[in-house]
Design a protein around this ligand. Structure first.
Ligand SMILES: C[S@@+](CC[C@H](N)C(=O)[O-])C[C@H]1O[C@@H](n2cnc3c(N)ncnc32)[C@H](O)[C@@H]1O
Length: 301
């Protein structure tokens, strides 16, 4: 992994507590109810889950910790991420987590098998572009999870690929999908220019754009998967900051800087002034940040 990748991994780990607070609980409750119904209708079959753009596997660890899969004794969970080295990061995070949570863990050829109180989870890591991975998986997936990733993918193509592997009645859970609003406080005179330009960098042929969360409400039903539950999952980070929040905010400022520098959309001076002010506010524990995200649960017809 490059230094930049390591920085990204630190950001993903720091983001876990921000996401923990943000996730829309009624949507999660609907997911739990749907999985319970699935367990009752097919009690002898393992639950098959695929997580795309899974990063360090935070969502899998979280859903297991929060008891979301508790109605199933056997779970087969595949994590797909295209970044080389991410599988090792996920494995390290799992080893630490499973030990602390009282699961016995056994490494397998491409992942882990963990067991606790008669329940087992086989975790498989796949390093691949999700579009390639989707072509080789059987159409037997009960739940696809796309956590904080649809907004960086071509939306219709991605949703089509993900739905194509679901069983009839299978679920697509897309938590923390960005939806077009970013704010920093205290206010700065360059905010509108910087933030509009930052959102504009999200518009290209390879990315869904800044309004992906809202767009899901038309794309999913059009592709045969009506939305069954949804709600806001905003990131709200304000002082005083925990250590993780400082790492998280520092990287968010890094994303703004890198995307605007690459895109050459804002003159150097206002961008430099804005970044300097934001980093100073971060150092003096004054910076607040809000990003509007949406959690969506859809069910294939
Ligand atoms: C913003 S991160 C989110 C990671 C994780 N879901 C989380 O929220 O902690 C997006 C992840 O998607 C992965 N990714 C982006 N495009 C992908 C693609 N086409 N196929 C597979 N993984 C992809 C990136 O490598 C990155 O790890």
């Amino acid at each position: 992994m490059t230094r930049h990748d390591e920085q990204f991994v630190r950001y993903l780990r720091a983001k876990e507590s921000v996401d923990d607070r943000a996730l829309h609980r009624p949507t999660l409750a609907h997911l739990i109810d749907s999985l319970e119904a699935r367990a009752e209708s097919r009690p002898d079959e393992p639950l098959r889950v695929v997580s795309v753009g899974s990063g360090t596997g935070a969502m899998c660890r979280r859903l297991l910790s929060w008891g979301v899969f508790d109605t199933h004794d056997e779970i087969k969970y595949i994590m797909v991420d295209r970044k080389q080295g991410m599988a090792d990061q996920a494995a390290a995070a799992f080893a630490e987590w499973s030990h602390g949570a009282g699961w016995t863990a056994e490494p397998t050829a491409d992942g882990f098998r963990i067991e606790r109180h008669g329940r087992s989870v086989s975790l498989t890591y796949v390093t691949s572009d999700l579009f390639d991975a989707m072509t080789v998986l059987p159409q037997a997936i009960d739940l696809v999870i796309a956590h904080a990733v649809l907004d960086i993918l071509p939306l219709r193509r991605a949703v089509k690929a993900l739905l194509s592997r679901l069983t009839d009645g299978g679920l697509l859970y897309a938590p923390v999908t960005f939806d077009g609003r970013t704010s920093f406080r205290p206010a700065h005179e360059a905010d509108t220019e910087i933030i509009d330009a930052y959102h504009d960098t999200m518009r290209d042929d390879e990315r869904s754009g800044p309004d992906t969360g809202s767009d899901l409400f038309s794309v999913l039903p059009a592709l045969g998967a009506p939305v069954v539950a949804a709600g806001g999952a905003d990131w709200v980070v304000h002082p005083p900051h925990e250590d993780d929040e400082r790492i998280f905010l520092d990287r968010i400022l890094g994303f703004v800087e890198e995307s605007l520098t690459d895109a050459d959309r804002v003159a150097d001076e206002p961008l430099d002034d804005w970044l300097k002010a934001r980093h100073e506010q971060l150092a003096s524990d004054e910076l607040s940040y809000i990003a509007h995200n949406i959690d969506v649960l859809a069910q294939r017809e």
